[in-house]
Ligand binder design. Structure first.
Ligand code: NCD
Length: 292
């Protein structure tokens, strides 16, 4: 099984994963046990880029399903002795991994790896490519909060062009009925966006249920500037223009005082930690999918 982008599985299967993840969220919250469908399996986390919530939640998701977990650390591995990525992957498979969770700085690496190995491969973020399990947990978060996806209006704000998170949303949210608008400086918007786009945050504030903020991706060319903060930063003043039921999301890690002020990130409009709470169940749903 390959879950390397949001379209690796048919749309109906993706929808089923959203609902399964929501069921698993309730199970996790009540600390009930789940069927250990990965009992006897080994999941290897291969993270070549930093991560906190994605790696920890994959780790916990695999453990909750009964898997053994191997965590590969590139900073202390034979990659430093010149071992190729392919040899590393074949080694991890030979050691006994059945499922590889891959984060890498270059687009397409999870797919490339899937071509080398018989293991299931799950993309945990490939450069500016996609971050499909983040997209899944975001959909779970919206559906649980608003009761549905169809018709929900959502603006994705900020460093769109450097964001794999934005790419996953752009690729699947409209198919799920979400009305998506992109917002950001012209130079950070796609040249030919497949959904409406604007460089004026004021165009969307009173028009959406979800304001989805993106981290400025300084490691991929995004630049934090006072101009960006003034034009797009979400603070109390801008929140005052939101509809009463509108909520704020962000995949994390947040830059406090850049995309969002600390009081708003910690306030009642924020679903940011709710997204993190849905991370383990969403990744459990994907890991379960490797067995069907
Ligand atoms: C995102 C990532 O690494 O793509 N973080 C995450 O996984 N929650 C987003 C980001 O780093 O901006």
């Amino acid at each position: 099984m390959r879950f390397t982008n949001v379209h690796s599985v048919p749309i109906d299967r993706f929808k089923d994963m959203i609902d399964r993840a929501s069921v698993l969220r309730d199970v996790v919250d009540s600390d009930e046990s789940v069927e250990l469908v990965l009992d006897g399996s080994t999941v290897a986390n291969l993270f070549f880029e930093p991560s906190t919530r994605t790696r920890l939640s994959f780790d916990l998701a695999a453990q909750r399903l009964g898997a053994r977990v191997l965590t590969y650390d590139p900073s202390s591995s034979s990659a430093l002795k010149g071992e190729s990525l392919r040899d590393t992957v074949l080694t991890v498979e030979a050691v006994g991994a059945d499922i590889l969770v891959v984060r890498h700085g270059h687009v397409g690496v999870p797919d490339e790896i899937a071509g080398w190995t018989g293991c299931s491969v799950i993309n945990a973020g490939d450069g500016v490519g996609q971050h499909p399990t983040q997209t899944l947990l975001d959909m779970v978060t919206i559906k649980r909060h608003f009761g549905q996806l169809d018709g929900v209006r959502m603006a994705v704000v900020g460093d769109v062009s450097h964001s794999r998170v934005a790419n996953g949303l752009i690729d699947i949210a409209p198919e799920l009925g979400i009305k998506l608008t992109l917002v950001g400086p012209d130079e950070w918007l796609p040249e030919e966006p497949s959904v409406p786009a604007t460089s004026e945050i004021g165009d969307v504030l009173g028009q959406v249920e979800v304001l989805y903020l993106l981290r400025v991706q300084t490691e991929r060319g995004g630049e934090i500037s006072n101009q960006f903060i003034t034009r797009f930063g979400i603070d109390r003043g801008r929140v005052g223009h939101l509809n009463d039921d509108a909520m704020i999301m962000h995949p994390g890690p947040i830059n406090r005082g850049v995309e969002i002020t600390g009081d708003i990130a910690d306030g009642p409009r924020s679903l940011i930690l709710e997204q993190v709470r849905n991370a383990t169940p969403a990744r459990m749903a994907v890991l379960e999918g490797t067995r069907s």
